[in-house]
Structures are given as structure tokens and as C-alpha cells.
Design a protein around this ligand. Structure first.
Ligand code: NAD
Length: 452
């Protein structure tokens, strides 16, 4: 595959120049076929994700296939409107004119995706890349081979390889892809690899979207409702076994509420996953041995409040609560991306700045409080991609909200219409009329300067 990449990319470039992908009926037809195929293959997709890392089928349906289908339906419904040239008020100095924004496909798109929501995070950008009239090469993660295989099968049953091509393989394949000429690169993954992608895109001034990660805080103040907050945190944290880019990474809880919150967190963990969480059908496994060992390493020398065991053959780690790790411990330095939840108490709100700002701008932030003034202050004082007040993860569920990071957690945003716009160049066109030609802009300039 690696050696044939340059020829395959050139074939896509030639195909784009035929203009076929710009045809609106063609784009809609492909999107409809993709929708039908996903609907047909939904069970097989669930099976693939289960065999990759025992992702519970309910989570696959809600966060992968149905999520993608909802985006497809929205795109098909609105495509004519979103693709239409948009008229804007004309500038008076250009009178008489009509002014327009034309939506032009960039051309050849590269989409590199991670393993944690491997179906959603590959298909979602693909839908809008196609909808906007582009070709695309997809490079899914090597860590979810079954899901990649089904994506490959699905895509090739709907699109020609000159239009959409799936490149299976690891970082080496991604590196070869990055050496080719692209008109846009859409990358989802770690901040570390995001920097590599950005550097390589910069060489050709290729525009990018970078959907990255970070340490997303979850603040619980003394006015929060402990049982409800605990339920909502446990749900958001342990979905996909904590391997969610916007999962709460750690809790900062007011010291007066800490004991009560911990008690409720443990209650919720037991209620959701039983006394033997390894027997629960609702907990995914850790994606790889490397990640499994990395997570165990993060637990070294930490005080465990709950959980903490592991099973290597099953790559299983139960929901684990870690008590008051120090600020410079490894678990507080890197994105956890697993079922470990540090709990840190604070006495004064000013301490939040120290904890949160020392870790860069996170992809998400959560705050549980009844105090409106604290909600406002938190939104004003901290920079983060997006968040939810009194719950977790829900900012991703509304397609009218932009999804993306800021600073080291990402560049650009997508979902819904923003996705279509992401893959379209906005071309500004002024259409001048010929029936009038006011002369004042032409030399010799005779307009008194005080009239300008
Ligand atoms: P990763 O960065 O290791 O890998 C992502 C993709 O990049 C994979 O396809 C991989 O093959 C490729 N890759 C790896 N090394 C590369 C290199 N040197 N050059 C080019 N490509 C390379 O990320 P991951 O482990 O798959 O996913 C976890 C990370 O992704 C976490 O940091 C998480 O927060 C982040 N993430 C972000 C979002 C978001 O929407 N912002 C969503 C999911 C995951």
C-alpha cells in the first residue's frame, strides 16, 4: 500500500479535475448510498468494534453509527441550501453590484483518524468532505483493524478509489501520506502527532483542522447535588472505559463536599457496572497492551480510593478513583485516556487557576454548581474547547454547536453546517452591473478629501 500511495493520490487529483465531484446530484447520491450501506451494515459495525476492544454495542449505536447517520441525514437534507451561493449586502462604493459567497470544494482531502471512536471520527469528516465536493483519502488507526476493514468495505462499495480511498496502515503509512500534496488535512488524534501533521502541512501551506486532546477538568463546588453529579460524572468518564477525548480527566472538588462525592461516585460505579465490573457487558477494554501498561504506570505510588485492580489478558482496568495525586505526578501531567479518575480537593476558587491553567487549554471542561455567578465566572476565566454545566460530554450532542479545541487541544471546529463549511473554500465574488459607471474612483482624483 505504502509504495502505491503517490499514484493513488495522483489518480484522485486527476479525478477531481474532471469536475465530477462538484455535481450536487452526484454528491447527494453518494451520501444516500453511504447512509443505506451503514444502515445495512450496522450490526456488522457493532461486531467489529466489539472485536477490536469490546466496545459495548449500545455505545457503538449511540456514539458511532447513529451519530454518523444523524449527520448524514442532516447533510442530505440541507446540502442544496448550504452549497448554494450566498448573497450578502453589497458595499455602497461598488454600486451597482450584487455580492456573493460561492462554496468551492478544496479538492483533495486527507483525513487521519484515531482508534477511540474509530467509525464516527473517520466517517463524520468524510461525509462533509464528500458533501462539499471533494475527494478523500482516509487513514484510520492501525489499533482498530476490524473497524478499519469494515470502513474499507463499506466505502469501496459506494465510492470509486479515485473519489474516496481507505489507506490501511500505521504511522509509516500516515507519514507517506503526509508527504503528498493535499488541499486540506483533517486530523483527529493526540497533540503530539497533531504537531507533526501541522508542521508537514505548513511546508505546502495546506489548511488544516486539528482535533486534539488534553486534560479536561471537572469542577464540583459545595452547592452541587452530590448523587446527581456523581452519576453524570461516572457516565461521562467511564463511557468507552475513559477513552473519550472529552471525558472528564480529573475532578477538582470543594473540600466540604469531597467525602460525600466520593461516596456517591462509588455508589454510581457499583450501580452501573456491578460488584464485579469485569463481568459487566457495559465496559470497553483498553485498546492495546501499550496503553494498558501506560495506565498501570500512572497508578504507581498513587493512593487508590476505589478499583485499582487489573487483568492483563483481558486488558481490563475497572473504574478507578485516585486520591489527591500531587500536581507534578505523572497522572496529572499527561492526558489519562483510560478509566482512572483523580480526585483533588480545593479550599478556595483561586486554586482552580493553578490546577487548570498549568495544563494548557483543555478540549473540554465541566462544572457542577448551582451558583449562576460561579458558572459565569468559570466560562469567562478559563479557555477551553467547549463544555457542559452540571453534566458531562453533552456539548458534542448538538450539531448546531461547534466541536473543536483551542490552543494545544485543537484548531478549527466541525459538526453540522460547520463541517460543510470546513471543507469548502468561501469564494468572494462581486458582480458589477454595466448600466452605470460612477467615475469618482478613477484618476485624476477630483473628489474633495473631506468627503471620503
Ligand atoms: P494518535 O495521535 O496516536 O494517532 C492518530 C492517528 O495518527 C492514527 O491514525 C495514527 O496512525 C496516526 N499517526 C501516529 N503517528 C503518526 C505520525 N508520526 N505521523 C502521522 N500520523 C501518525 O492518537 P490516538 O492514540 O489514535 O488517539 C488518542 C488521542 O486522540 C487522544 O489524545 C485524544 O484526546 C485524541 N482525540 C481527539 C478527538 C477530538 O475530537 N478532539 C477525538 C478522539 C481522540
Amino acid at each position: 500500500m505504502k509504495n502505491s500511495i503517490p499514484q493513488k493520490v495522483e489518480a484522485q487529483q486527476r479525478y477531481f479535475s474532471t469536475g465530477q465531484t462538484k455535481d450536487l446530484l452526484f454528491r447527494k447520491d453518494i451520501l444516500k448510498k453511504l447512509r443505506n450501506e451503514i444502515e445495512k451494515q450496522e450490526d456488522a459495525i457493532c461486531d467489529a468494534l466489539y472485536s477490536d476492544f469490546k466496545k459495548p454495542s449500545f455505545e457503538t449505536l449511540v456514539a458511532e453509527t447513529q451519530f454518523v447517520l444523524a449527520e448524514l441525514k442532516m447533510m442530505i437534507k440541507h446540502l442544496d441550501l448550504w452549497a448554494k451561493p450566498e448573497r450578502v449586502p453589497s458595499a455602497i462604493l461598488n454600486f451597482p453590484s450584487s455580492d456573493w459567497i460561492y462554496k468551492e470544494p478544496y479538492g483533495n482531502i486527507l483525513i487521519i483518524s484515531p482508534w477511540n471512536y474509530p467509525f464516527q471520527l473517520t466517517l463524520l469528516p468524510l461525509i462533509s468532505a464528500i458533501a462539499a465536493g471533494n475527494t478523500a483519502v482516509l487513514k484510520p488507526s492501525e489499533l482498530t483493524p476490524q473497524t478499519t476493514a469494515i470502513i474499507s468495505k463499506l466505502v469501496s462499495s459506494v465510492c470509486s478509489p479515485e473519489h474516496v480511498l481507505v489507506c490501511e496502515g500505521d504511522a509509516e503509512v500516515a507519514k507517506t501520506l503526509l508527504q503528498q500534496k493535499w488541499d486540506y488535512i483533517f486530523f483527529t488524534g493526540s497533540t503530539r502527532v497533531g504537531k507533526i501533521v501541522y508542521e508537514s502541512a505548513a511546508r505546502q501551506l495546506t489548511p488544516v483542522t486539528l482535533e486534539l486532546g488534553g486534560k479536561s477538568p471537572c469542577v464540583v463546588d459545595e452547592t452541587a447535588v452530590p448523587a446527581q453529579a456523581a452519576r453524570r460524572i461516572v457516565w461521562g468518564k467511564f463511557l468507552n472505559a475513559g477513552q473519550t477525548c472529552i471525558a472528564p480527566d480529573y475532578i477538582l472538588v470543594h473540600h466540604k463536599l469531597k467525602d460525600r462525592l466520593v461516596e456517591e461516585l462509588i455508589k454510581s460505579i457499583k450501580a452501573f457496572f456491578g460488584e464485579q465490573p469485569q463481568d459487566s457487558k457495559d465496559l470497553a477494554r483498553i485498546i492495546s497492551n501499550d496503553h494498558f501498561n501506560r495506565l498501570l504506570g500512572l497508578l504507581e505510588n498513587q493512593k487508590i480510593l476505589h478499583g485499582g485492580s487489573h487483568n492483563k489478558t483481558d486488558r481490563f482496568i475497572p473504574p478507578t478513583l485516585v486520591d489527591e495525586p500531587s500536581m507534578d505526578s505523572e497522572i496529572m501531567q499527561e492526558e489519562i485516556f483510560g478509566p482512572l479518575l483523580p480526585i483533588i480537593s480545593y479550599r478556595d476558587e483561586s486554586e482552580l487557576q493553578t490546577w487548570i491553567n498549568a495544563r494548557g487549554k483543555p478540549l473540554a471542561a465541566y462544572i457542577f454548581t448551582k451558583r449562576k455567578s460561579f458558572q459565569k465566572k468559570f466560562i469567562r476565566e478559563f479557555s477551553f474547547g467547549g463544555g457542559t454545566i452540571n453534566d458531562t460530554l453533552l456539548q458534542i450532542s448538538n450539531k448546531k454547536l461547534p466541536f473543536g479545541g483551542v490552543g494545544q487541544s485543537g484548531l478549527g471546529s466541525y459538526h453540522g453546517k460547520r463541517s460543510f463549511d470546513t471543507f469548502s473554500h468561501q469564494k468572494a465574488i462581486v458582480k458589477r452591473a454595466t448600466w452605470l459607471d460612477l467615475r469618482f474612483k478613477y484618476p485624476p482624483y477630483n473628489v474633495p478629501l473631506n468627503l471620503i
